[in-house]
Design a protein around this ligand. Structure first.
Ligand code: PHE
Length: 438
């Protein structure tokens, strides 16, 4: 079968960065940072991303590009004869789990775009906080309205994936990602210029280490996995459509950098405004949907900023969910030999039905959200490094990352990567995972 491919390096980068940049950066990162002490959490998070997770990103990239096939087949091919295709199945489970709550949050973003366009927040100016909280509760409640937005969101995700890699995923992420950056920078500037914004910048950039607890480590690790899309096959699947001449280290590093940069700019868009209006960053998951609209209601030009903000949220989310759906779809296409159309329809329906449970119950929603990022993704990552570092011949990794010796890197850097993959990453992930679960 002739497989689809990305058309250019830029196409690969925007697709991968599109997968990485998402609700993780805009919705999860700010509330985790808010409840874990701000700057101290950011520092811990940066260490997790660049020391630990970047080599993991290389691993997923390598397995995908080397085998040029779907998640399940990839793990049986990369180390032939081993029984490690189980890692692929765990990844598949992770993709299902995330797709069962992610589109719910994506649906809220469409709901809020509609509210913003109708100037609903402006009309609520000076209303007490409880009203905004109530609006968010209403949005989340199991109702025809929330079901419709959840469905619309999933359908839009399916629409892009249906068109394939080059004509779908690459084509849409190519303009969505630059636009996303531009828009979030505009909001960050607006936010920093508000009187009283300084306190928010202090919160972001002046660490208070007394806030760090054991839970902070697990949250930072889980968030790093979630935000970089590691551990459930999204990067692997995209990498399987990448040509052999591309530079894996460069593309992975740029993906991680873009994702981190976006998270920090998003923090600069949100926190200064939160502090300028004397609100609390420690609100948890409601920060974006219950707290921000209050600010938009008061802020000069807030109605327009609100529309822009929720469009950003939607775009960021959709460029991530397509990478999750593609994991499932590519498995069905290649394992069951179905057409893309049939595979997309089936997988979308399955995710839609499971997602309805998350709309219905916030306990189920929380379970999918926390269990996938704090357990499945780190576990998937742990198995991945053991697989690449020990089960398979490590020379395959070295061969692939250097494009069979054609690309040259600093010898010490490659040794460091090898050390992280074989020793440091398994040890740290296992420790944090056990400490967090027990
Ligand atoms: N990285 C995405 C985000 O930050 C979520 C995601 C996780 C996407 C795992 C794909 C795989 O929102």
């Amino acid at each position: 079968m002739n497989r689809d491919h990305f058309g250019s390096s830029f196409g690969v980068l925007v697709a991968m960065a599109g997968s990485a940049v998402g609700l993780g950066n805009l919705w999860r990162f700010p509330y985790l940072m808010g409840t874990n002490g701000g700057a101290a959490f950011i520092i811990l998070y940066l260490v997790m991303v660049f020391v630990l997770c970047l080599p993991l990103l290389y691993c997923e990239f390598v397995v995908g590009r080397r085998t040029q096939t779907n998640l399940i087949t990839a793990f049986s091919q990369y180390a032939p004869g081993s029984r490690w295709s189980i890692v692929g199945i765990l990844g598949l489970l992770g993709a299902f789990f995330i797709l069962s709550f992610y589109p719910v949050v994506g649906g809220w973003s469409i709901d809020y775009i509609v509210r913003a366009i109708g100037f609903e927040f402006r009309d609520m100016a000076a209303a007490p906080a409880a009203e905004f909280e109530q609006m968010f509760q209403q949005t989340m409640a199991f109702s025809p309205r929330s079901l419709i937005f959840h469905f619309v969101y999933i359908a839009l995700t399916a629409f892009i994936v249906l068109a394939g890699i080059r004509d779908g995923i690459e084509r849409y992420t190519k303009w969505m990602m630059p636009l996303l950056f531009l828009m979030v920078v505009v909001i960050a500037i607006r936010s920093i210029l508000l009187p009283g914004a300084q306190a928010g910048l202090d919160f972001l950039f002046k660490p208070d280490f007394s806030q760090i607890t054991g839970k902070t480590f697990l949250d930072a690790l889980g968030q790093a996995f979630f935000s970089l899309s590691i551990g459930c096959g999204s990067i692997l699947t995209y990498a399987s459509y990448v040509k052999r001449s591309e530079n894996i280290i460069k593309l992975s590093s740029m993906t991680a950098l873009t994702d981190t940069l976006f998270a920090i700019i998003a923090g600069m868009a949100i926190m200064p405004a939160v502090f300028a209006y004397g609100l609390s960053p420690g609100e948890g998951p409601g920060l974006l949907y219950a707290v921000l609209p209050r600010i938009f209601a008061e802020m000069p030009m807030g109605s327009w900023i609100a529309i822009l903000f929720f469009i950003i949220l939607f775009i960021a989310a959709v460029t991530s969910s397509i990478s999750l759906l593609e994991v499932l779809v590519s498995v069905v296409i290649e394992k069951l030999r179905w057409s893309r159309k049939k595979a997309v329809i089936l997988m979308t329906l399955v995710c839609w039905v499971i997602g309805i449970f998350s709309v219905w119950s916030s306990e189920i929603f929380d379970f999918f959200n926390n269990f996938s990022s704090n357990v499945i993704l780190p576990l998937g990552g742990l198995l991945l490094v053991i697989y690449v570092g020990w089960v398979a011949d490590f020379r395959i990794f070295e061969d692939e990352i250097t494009n069979a010796g054609r690309l040259h890197y600093n010898r010490f850097y490659l040794r460091w990567v090898r050390f992280v993959i074989r020793y440091l990453a398994p040890l740290i992930i296992l420790t944090i995972l056990l400490a967090g679960v027990l």
